[in-house]
Design a protein around this ligand. Structure first.
Ligand code: GLV
Length: 309
């Protein structure tokens, strides 16, 4: 009765130690060490190598150690009949909110432009912008988007959100479904993407969508690189329809050295840093689910296999 951690970054030992300390009774393995595949009941995964989940005949469920589960659905060899859980965590959500708000203020107060002007010793004040001057539209009002929306309202931003099914958040104008997407876009001067990556949302940040935003709109993508059509963004920045973009996620990570985003003055890059699961904050829900599984109780934060998130 054990759990295996499968991930390819340098955090595997960190997770193992945190889980072992919190639950000394559970046998925790890294997939890199020798481990009894037959005994593994839970796989805690983050961007695992495709095929890695096929060697566990007694797996009961797959747990993502992040908010996203897109990489599990992308692995065609992953068992199809098992429950999948994801992380829903207050720290993950508040970290994301802080990141997006930092990007919004950098744009609002022209910090990005002033940084470029500094490299040219250029003293050139721009029109002063205030919170009330901008309407922020959030694509996706789930566990992350809803927290951001509430924080933006607290700051005094005009805030609206779009989601599949209508969400109710005080002082946030809620749009829902494809019929209402054009009206939402037409009034979003800063567009933030926090959608899950699914077949429906893949490539949603494309030329057609950007064209519907007001001229001069600013885009923030902190969801997944797969939401964005990179060439369309560059075209819309170059023709002046969009004023800039802050991107935290990319089709390929790390972003390849020769990608045009690196040198584009209107693109601001962070290295998938917006919000990353903190072991201390997330481990308790992993343990709780393990114990629920043992008792035959329903798991927390279950993913809808039909919806893909
Ligand atoms: C981070 O990208 C996550 O999905 O938790």
């Amino acid at each position: 009765m054990s759990l295996v951690i499968i991930r390819q970054d340098d955090k595997i030992e960190l997770w193992k130690k945190a889980l072992q300390e919190a639950a000394p009774d559970i046998k925790i393995y890294s997939f890199l060490e020798e481990h009894p595949a037959n005994e593994i009941e839970v796989a805690l995964v983050w961007k695992h190598p495709k095929g890695a989940l096929t060697q566990y005949p007694n797996l009961k469920y797959i747990a993502s150690s992040g908010a996203g589960v897109d990489f599990i659905f992308e692995d065609e060899t992953a068992p199809k009949d098992l429950p999948i859980t994801r992380v829903v965590d207050t720290m993950l959500a508040s970290d994301m909110s802080e990141y997006v708000i930092a990007a919004i203020f950098s744009h609002l107060k022209n910090f990005y432009t002033y940084k470029i002007n500094q490299t040219k010793s250029l003293w050139k004040p721009k029109k002063y912008n205030r919170i009330i001057d901008f309407k922020v539209g959030i694509l996706g009002l789930g566990a992350l988007g809803a927290v951001l929306a509430k924080d933006l309202v607290r700051f005094g931003f005009k805030t609206q959100g779009w989601s599949n099914s209508r969400k109710k958040i005080q002082k946030v104008k809620a749009f829902a479904g494809s019929d209402e997407l054009p009206d939402f876009l037409a009034t979003s001067e800063i567009l933030v993407c926090l959608l899950p990556l699914t077949d429906e949302t893949s490539g949603i940040l494309n030329k057609e969508l950007f064209t519907k935003l007001p001229k001069g709109a600013f885009v923030i993508n902190a969801a997944r690189g797969g939401h964005l059509v990179d060439e369309d963004l560059i075209e819309m920045l170059d023709n002046g329809h969009l004023s800039g973009a802050t991107l935290d996620v990319f089709h390929q990570e790390p972003l390849s050295k020769d990608h045009p985003f690196w040198k584009h003055e209107k693109v601001h890059i962070t290295p998938h840093y917006a919000s990353v699961s903190d072991t201390a904050s997330v481990v308790p829900q992993i343990i709780e689910n393990y114990s629920r599984m043992q008792k035959g109780q329903s798991l927390l934060n279950l993913v809808s296999i039909d919806k893909g998130y």
